[in-house]
Design a protein around this ligand. Structure first.
Ligand code: XBP
Ligand code: MG
Length: 231
């Protein structure tokens, strides 16, 4: 039985990427940049984790030196816009997530976050869907800018393990993407995958469990027995 459950945020706790995409596009328009990321373009761009890294990649791909752009300032504005959009309440948790978190905490397990996005965005999601701060919902949060290298590097899961005080073998990660799976596996965790619209055709070879929806796990008891069977 895992002592700790560690959740990815974007695409796992909630389908947030359309809100991120809108926040990016509105920021570009406001800054006078002739960039508009379609869903198809964003699907490809998502392979680069992190908003600043994603903008720099896009600039380079269209022949603009990323160093000539105020990437950090654009990203600050994008985050402010995302937090504002999130507060308007358009986002819901993915089915099964709330029950898993509540059951795990009631059973004395640790519940953490390992995400590429910022703490600010995790806080905005927690306020919008639970009406509570992220530190009330989770025992701890490991976020993108707290580590040297974002997913698929294992740094953020290693940080989450240190924060929760558990060994990799005692924890299970919940992810929706190949980059997240590689990060969790690189840190030595078991990993449960439930893909979303942007990640459905990715390769999840190496995952311990792959489910269509987190409700397919059958709550905490179902998770324990499915992980035991998969071992
Ligand atoms: C998803 C990401 C993030 C978001 C945008 O990470 O790659 O970059 O798309 O957020 P995860 P930022 O699924 O690990 O949470 O602009 O704040 O990076
Ligand atoms: Mg994700």
């Amino acid at each position: 039985m895992p002592k700790a459950l560690i959740f990815d945020v974007d695409g796992t706790l909630a389908e947030t990427e359309e809100l991120h995409r809108r926040a990016f596009n509105e920021t570009f328009a406001e800054a006078g940049l002739p960039w508009e990321w379609s869903q198809a373009a964003y699907k490809e761009l998502l392979k680069t984790t992190g908003g600043k890294e994603r903008m720099a990649r896009h600039a380079a791909e269209i022949g603009i030196d990323p160093a000539s752009l105020p990437i950090a300032e654009l990203h600050r504005r994008k985050t402010a816009r995302y937090v504002d959009l999130m507060a308007r309440g358009a986002i819901a948790l993915r089915p099964g997530i709330d029950a898993l978190i509540r059951e795990a905490r009631a059973a004395g397990r640790k519940v953490g976050v390992a995400t590429t996005t910022s703490f600010e965005n995790v806080e905005a999601l927690a306020r919008a869907v639970w009406g509570k701060g992220a530190c009330e919902v989770f025992d701890d949060v490991a976020a993108g800018d707290m580590v040297a290298a974002k997913k698929p590097a294992s740094d953020v899961y290693e940080l989450a393990l240190r924060q929760l005080g558990v060994a990799a073998a005692e924890a299970v990660a919940f992810e929706d993407s190949r980059n997240g799976l590689r990060s969790a596996k690189g840190a030595g965790l078991r990993c449960v995958i439930s893909a979303g619209p942007y990640t459905a055709d990715e390769d999840f070879t190496g995952a311990d469990l792959v489910v269509g929806c987190f409700t397919d796990l059958g709550g905490l008891a179902g998770l324990d027995s499915k992980l035991a069977r998969a071992a």
